[in-house]
Ligand binder design. Structure first.
Ligand code: APR
Length: 309
């Protein structure tokens, strides 16, 4: 049986995610949206691109949860994107309702799936998806740290004048303005970044990373970033699907790790066919720990406003 991935939300992030999966023939894709025509139209368009891509994937569009049945992975991108001046947190209430609906609707038909949450504010939406699905923490994973790290990698590469492929970075904590970029764990071909770039410049790159999403919102004016978010979600999908066991910064439900419990926050995890197979512990310096704590507390405060018991 072919692998099946349902992408919930056929907007910019969802459609781009579906496209990347289908283009590389990773799986059959069901593209789900509340707007049926949008999902069906984009799915048919992608299906017609498959012969050109040389891909065996079949892409189906729907607004019916039944058609997502038997999915191995569900990528949730449904919701509302940021508009200029909005923070990710402003999206909280509206998107929580969407997440509750689509999680309940999809897990009913795919009880053994792994959920990847992209919708913002992502750490809180991942918490909502875990509560509503009743899934164990290994099977609900948030996409945020990978994107934040990709942005930090890009800015470091631009500064040093090297390929971003040679830059590794770790950005932990919540996927919000208080995210925690860690220059100590950021390297250019193994060389720690503090040996290559001065502190003031690193601070500037960190600030640009923290506001990286807003920078794109400000340019687009009609929506938020989607190429890098979709690419990041698909890297997670690949690691799960092919049991690659990549170490990727993802949002995970913490049960004492990094000193926090009952909250989602970005930490390095090993992603394989079982979902989160391990949370990698790091010894953070007191100031890094303080930043992580502030970020996790901000996520926790948003979770509290949603009244999950
Ligand atoms: N059920 C299914 N689809 C829904 C629902 C719902 N209840 N509510 C909204 N949608 C769909 C919309 O119809 C739209 O097609 O979600 C899609 C969202 O697409 P965009 O508006 O293009 O937003 P996008 O840029 O894809 O961002 C989606 O990902 O990165 C995050 O912050 C971003 O939370 C946002 C999400």
């Amino acid at each position: 049986m072919k692998t099946k991935i349902s992408v919930i939300g056929a907007g910019n992030v969802g459609a781009t995610t579906a496209e990347l999966i289908a283009r590389d023939g990773l799986a059959d894709v069901v593209l789900f949206d509340i707007h049926e025509g949008l999902a069906k139209g984009k799915a048919l368009d992608m299906t017609e691109a498959c012969p050109v891509w040389g891909s065996p994937s079949i892409v189906t569009g729907t607004s019916t949860f039944e058609e997502t049945a038997g999915s191995d992975i569900i990528v949730i991108t449904a919701g509302f994107p940021r508009k200029p001046g909005m923070t990710r947190d402003d999206l909280l209430i509206a998107n929580a309702d969407v997440i509750k609906t689509v999680t309940a609707g999809t897990v009913k038909y795919s009880p053994d799936s792994i959920i990847v949450v992209v919708t913002n504010p992502m750490d809180v939406m991942a918490y909502a998806a875990m509560k509503v699905s009743g899934f164990c923490r290994e099977r609900v994973i948030g996409m945020g740290g990978l994107l934040d790290s990709a942005r930090f990698r890009t800015f470091v590469a631009m500064e040093v004048g090297v390929s971003a492929a040679d830059v590794e970075a770790l950005v932990l904590g919540g996927h919000g303005d208080q995210m925690v970029p860690l220059p100590r764990f950021t390297t250019v071909k193994g060389i720690p970044v503090p040996e290559l770039i001065g502190k003031d410049t690193i601070d500037h790159l960190i600030e640009r990373t923290r506001t990286g999403g807003a920078e794109i919102v400000g340019l687009l004016k009609t929506g938020s970033a989607f190429y890098a978010p979709a690419a990041s979600a698909v890297q997670m999908v690949r690691s799960i699907l092919f049991d690659e066991k990549r170490i990727l910064p993802c949002s995970a439900y913490l049960q004492g790790e990094y000193g926090f419990s009952d909250v989602f926050a970005g930490v390095p995890v090993v992603l394989g066919r079982q979902g989160i197979e391990k949370i990698v512990g790091l010894s953070l310096l007191p100031e890094e720990m303080e930043m992580f704590g502030r970020s996790a507390a901000a996520v926790r405060a948003m979770i509290d406003t949603l009244n999950f018991s």
